[in-house]
Design a protein. Sequence first.
Length: 251
Amino acid sequence: MKSVFITGGTTGIGAELAKHYAERGWKVGVCGRDKLKYTESFPTQKDSIQFYQVDVANRDQVKAAIRDFSSPIGLDLLIANAGIGYKFKTKIPDFEFSYKMVHTNLLGTMYAFEAALDVMIPRSKGQLVAVASIAGYNGLPGVSAYSATKSAVQKYCESLHLDLRQFNINVTTINPGFVDTPLTQANHHPMPFLMDAPKAAKLIGRAIEKKKMTYHFPFFFAGMVRLMGILPRTWYRFLFSMKLLNYSKEK
């Protein structure tokens, strides 16, 4: 039996991925801070999906959960999905929340990878997956720390992809656009090419199975965002100074 552990696996993309693997007979572990969200997301699947109450910003909690989950049969796949975003996009950053975002989005990914590698390296096999965002391709207005953490996750995974091949460990970075989850439902602006979470999970599962180094979707929207990343920065700043594209507000 194969096994997968998913951080932030009680809602949104993480929950749909947990269902995806449980339906395929995998041993599935998820973690989250709120057990109620777990019971709400898996009303009929609690026997097949193991829950750990964990704050991914707490290194010791993450390591203990993954160590416990993997102790009987090892760990084939780790998906670092936990993340938070800004509810309101303001020109002056909410620094306290930004620091929390760094701990959750970036350090939470690193803690999960560290714990997984403790299991995978001795066995010389496994796959690490991080759910980043196409927001990591550019510095977007009003979401400074979010763009920064997702960009950092992208580069972190790119480096690890090169370093861990010698241990037969694959690293995959997933960069979604707008997916209908509790995180995006807090947005107060248009979300082009919004995709439902089950469809997103199916695409992500396929990319993981193919062991892609990087996967971004939806294709057309992600391509537009990546194109903006190679524009001269003067052009980029001009475009995102326009009200049509700049959703950040005065605090």
